[in-house]
Design a protein around this ligand. Structure first.
Ligand SMILES: *Cc1c(COP(=O)(O)O)cnc(C)c1O
Length: 471
């Protein structure tokens, strides 16, 4: 596959270059494949549907063609995904896609674990390790640390702001040994990011250490997230009649979003033939994208802290990929958009629990409320032009081409992406439902491990010297 750049479509690079560089430093743009090949009809129409790993292999194949042979790709995928993505029904028109069955209990495991193994593969003939530096405000660090732990040829240093992440998040990224370590920086997340960025532009340091990043703009984190969309869409399509007597379901993916990487992956799955009609772009108070879809004006802004904190992004970097892949008119046909404040998140967790018995986390709760409102009148109001003040939380004024599937044909099914396990946000969830969510063994275990974080001043020279002396 050839990859181009969101800012300059004369750029042509291979997969390895796109992965190793992360982004195009010359243009500041992001890499995207020049083409999204459709899977074979015979594969898409299999009944029962193929499992997640089979789908992963078929979908990844064209993007690594000529660079990773089939046997190696299969090994990478089997090693990356020893855990499932699970679809379950909430009510006849709503399903949930659970993406928290990986080691860190959040969907970022899907992208990070594939990226780690691909990077290791591309580094296999080097005599020195590739040093990954990541700054994190929480969830990314643990997914990356866990994904790269004990992967050959790679070495990871995670920087996080001391005292500014949750105790569980801190445990999840500071208790590794071997090739992964965490530095607790006396500063903010922005300070951590600055230390990392300065290191990448430091030629003296780069002559001593081979450095790379692992952030969410990397194409090798985006592509694998498309696998579970395909899986869920085929699963629901095959079973909707059997479970709920819905013929020819029109499937909408409801995506709680921050940086919009997850949603971009959904678009890739749709391009490759997943039976997905449209998307609901759902955010917390950081409503940059809903406002864009409503008004046509894209205005990045500073982020605001919310209960769904992994979505606290005011300048979503994957906006650039969406805008490169589709015209604004196409976006408006494909997407409904929705945003919710903290009171709404709390009420939604409670509502989902009391109506369905399902315990949803604050991120998934944004999706549950969005889809509930869409089904229960908000889309009809939008069609009738009776929708009230759109500066309040709710559906924003854009009528997707699939609106009738919800309001008239009634064959619409929403698949809500549950991006984190509710136990990761136990106190918020308990406050909403009156019950502590059950804690998976793997989270309980990590709470008992010894904290190995290394204290670090917010001082570039000290950070640099530490790297040189210790790596
Ligand atoms: C990262 C994250 C999101 C947001 O995903 P994007 O790809 O940034 O839109 C949502 N929920 C959880 C739990 C996350 O960790």
């Amino acid at each position: 596959m050839i990859y181009t750049d969101t800012r300059d479509n004369s750029v042509r690079v291979d997969f390895k270059t796109a992965v190793v560089n992360g982004m195009n430093e010359k243009t500041g743009g992001l890499y995207i494949p020049v083409d999204f090949p459709k899977l074979d009809k015979s594969f898409l129409n299999k009944d029962p549907e193929p499992n997640l790993r089979e789908i992963a292999f078929e979908m990844a194949k064209p993007y690594v063609e000529g660079e990773i042979p089939d046997d190696d790709l299969r090994r990478i995928i089997n090693d990356a995904y020893p855990f499932p993505a699970k679809v379950s029904g909430l009510d006849p028109n709503s399903y949930v896609l659970e993406l928290f069955h990986g080691p860190t209990c959040a969907f970022k495991d899907f992208g990070a674990r594939f990226m780690a193994r691909v990077m290791s593969y591309f580094n296999r003939n080097e005599s020195t390790p590739l040093h990954i530096l990541v700054a994190t405000s929480g969830d990314t660090g643990s997914a990356v640390g866990s994904a790269f732990h004990n992967v050959p040829g790679l070495d990871v240093t995670i920087l996080y702001p001391e005292g500014k992440i949750s105790p569980l998040q801190e445990k999840q990224l500071s208790t590794f040994d071997g090739n992964v370590r965490a530095l607790k920086v006396k500063g903010t997340f922005d300070d951590c990011q600055k230390l990392v960025k300065t290191a990448f532009t430091d030629n003296e340091l780069r002559s001593k250490l081979r450095l790379s990043s692992a952030n969410s703009i990397n194409i090798s984190r985006l592509l694998p997230q498309s696998f579970y969309y395909m899986y869920a869409a085929l699963y629901v399509k095959n079973r909707a009649w059997q479970y709920n007597k819905i013929e020819n379901p029109s499937i909408m993916m409801v995506v709680p979003s921050g940086n919009f990487g997850n949603l971009t992956s959904g678009l890739i799955a749709r391009e490759m033939g997943a039976p997905i009609t449209g998307f609901v772009a759902a955010t917390n108070t950081n409503r940059t994208v809903p406002d864009w879809i409503a008004t046509g004006d894209y205005k990045a802004r500073p982020s605001v802290a919310t209960y769904a904190n992994a979505m606290d992004v005011g300048a979503p970097s994957n906006y650039e990929r969406i805008a490169a892949m589709y015209s604004f008119d196409q976006v408006k046909q494909l997407f409904a958009s929705y945003w919710l404040d903290d009171d709404g998140i709390m009420a939604s967790i409670k509502d989902c629990y009391s109506k369905t018995g399902y315990t949803i986390d604050p991120h998934g709760a944004v999706g549950w409320k969005a889809w509930s409102d869409i089904k229960n009148g908000a889309m009809t109001e939008l069609q009738n032009g009776t929708k009230g003040d759109w500066t309040k939380p709710g559906l924003t004024p854009n009528l997707p081409e699939w609106a009738d599937d919800v309001t008239k044909k009634k064959n619409a099914i929403g698949v809500i992406l549950e991006t984190a396990h509710p136990a990761k946000f136990g106190s918020i969830v308990a406050q909403a439902t009156g019950k502590n969510p059950s804690i998976p063994d793997r989270l309980e275990k990590v709470m008992k491990l010894e904290d190995k974080a290394i204290p670090m001043e917010n001082d570039y020279e000290k950070f640099k010297n530490w790297l040189i002396e210790n790596l």
